[in-house]
Design a protein around this ligand. Structure first.
Ligand code: PLP
Length: 473
């Protein structure tokens, strides 16, 4: 998700606006020429879908004309005109294993033939919960179709268990399409983040800066907060790493004040084998999973402690007989999703696959650091396992306000279309790029090379000779 507009600390690199505008305009013209079939589809779609897309996110993320996808192979997809794009944000981390993975195709076909969903558990669900427990720690699991659904369930359980209403989240967050988390703090007042929200739920939410334990302590001692919900590293506002000891301090404070803690690993689960919870030995009451885990099939879930599992069991909602905690959904925990999750855990998300993408992430970060050095920029690479990206300041951000220096939206729009015209898809620029399980070293080097061309033109005001030759041909 992209949040707000950029503000620049004095030391950050600020791209010259005229160059940004010139590159953007030129590249959009090129894009239009390359995507005529997409444009024809867009014209047709407009009469039956608002903004020509089945879901508004597909239109709201891009400022260039709408692209229509045709098919994907490995780390790349092809548009309706046959142009190929290496996806550097892998559909906002929902396709981290890449397109057409044979093990997943086989599991999907097999389970679909056997039955996609029964509203009854299958043996795969037990296997998935057992594998997740062994891998990540939480002894009990429930499954949903989205991380938004998982966080909704978690919030309800936490409220019921603590008898409190409030929720604590951190600036720069995104935890899904829940009214309680779609809230911004503006001049000390909470406001709904989007139109169409009731606004009432905003009253239950407290938003603090990340990495500020004193602020957390001041809020939690009031003993009104049911749940503190956080990513282990903030990944939706570029990348904000936790200070040493911050997550441990947060855990200590939640324990001391009877507040429940959820670590949302919807994005970060792919950053290390078993997620950052395992890598950093984190403790919590809940852990959220989703996104790439389903490899395009709607799958998400949440882990919980034994205490929480016992509480959930004691407060089961029994249809028309007894009111319990409001959890669940029709397609939650489907046989199809469980079959995919099982094969992901048993065969795809291996230690060696994680080692490989972390090496690729470091390769991308080294390449980005080299661009900054070569151009004398006060910038550096983000680095966390497979995740990287260009940080426009010399110092890495500790919170959302500092992270905004790297969310120069006009520059990122221009970079996205520049990249697209050269075969790289830099989709949600506040949440990527990331090396996926399908990327190769060649993909990463190619991406870095195109970024170098873009930054060169932006900084020096002229194309490299290689680019000039390319665009004049
Ligand atoms: C950290 C985090 N949690 C939850 C979500 C919501 O995921 P979904 O769209 O699958 O509900 C997202 C989506 O970007 C996310 O980044």
């Amino acid at each position: 998700m992209m949040i707000g507009t950029a503000s620049h600390p004095a030391s950050a690199f600020v791209a010259p606006r005229d160059r940004v505008a010139r590159i953007n305009e030129r590249e959009i013209n090129v894009f239009r020429q390359r995507t005529r079939a997409s444009n024809a589809l867009r014209e047709r779609a407009l009469s039956v879908m608002p903004t020509a897309v089945p879901s508004s996110w597909m239109a709201g993320y891009y400022s260039h004309p709408q692209l229509f996808a045709d098919h994907g192979v490995g780390a790349s997809f092809f548009d309706a005109d046959g142009n190929r794009y290496v996806d550097m944000n892998v559909s906002d981390l929902s396709m981290t294993v890449g397109f057409g993975v044979p093990e997943i195709e086989e599991a999907l076909a097999r389970q679909y033939r056997k039955g996609a969903h029964f509203l009854l558990p299958t043996e795969d669900a037990i296997a998935v919960a057992e594998l997740l427990s062994a891998l990540t720690g939480p002894p009990a699991w429930q499954f949903t179709v989205s991380a938004s659904g998982a966080n909704t369930d978690i919030m309800r359980i936490a409220r019921h268990m603590t008898g409190r209403r409030k929720l604590l989240v951190f600036e720069g967050k995104y935890h899904g399409h829940l009214e309680e988390t779609l809230v911004l703090a503006q001049d000390g007042v909470n406001i709904p983040e989007y139109q169409g929200l009731s606004g009432r739920r905003a009253e239950d939410t407290i938003i603090l800066p990340f990495n500020d334990l004193d602020a957390v302590r001041r809020v939690l001692v009031e003993r009104e907060v049911a749940l503190a919900l956080t990513e282990p590293a903030m990944t939706n506002c570029t990348l904000v790493m936790p200070d040493p000891g911050y997550l441990e301090g947060l855990r200590r404070l939640t324990r001391e004040t009877g507040t429940m803690l959820c670590i949302d690993e919807a994005h970060t689960f792919s950053f290390a084998y078993g997620g950052l919870t395992r890598e950093w030995q984190l403790e919590s009451d809940f852990m959220t999973l989703g996104k790439g885990f389903g490899s395009g099939v709607a799958f998400a879930g949440y882990g919980m402690t034994r205490d929480v599992a016992d509480h959930v069991e004691r407060h089961l909602d029994i249809l028309h007989r007894r009111s319990g905690i409001g959890l669940g959904g029709t397609l939650y925990g489907s046989a199809l999703a469980m079959a995919v999750a099982r094969v992901m855990l048993e065969r795809v998300l291996t230690v060696s696959a994680h080692d490989r993408i972390s090496t690729l992430g470091a390769r991308m970060a080294d390449g980005i650091d080299a661009i900054c050095r070569d151009l004398g920029l006060p910038c550096r690479a983000f680095r966390l396992g497979p995740r990287s990206g260009l940080c426009l300041s010399p110092d890495l951000p500790r919170n959302d306000i500092q992270a905004r220096a790297s969310m120069d939206l006009d520059m990122l729009d221009a970079r996205r279309v520049f990249m697209a015209n050269r075969g790289y898809w830099d989709c949600i620029v506040s949440a990527g790029p990331q090396a996926s399980f399908a990327h190769t070293a060649e993909n990463i080097d190619g991406y870095v090379a195109v970024m170098a061309e873009f930054m060169h033109e932006l900084v020096r005001g002229e194309q490299t000779s290689r680019e000039a030759n390319r665009t004049s041909n």
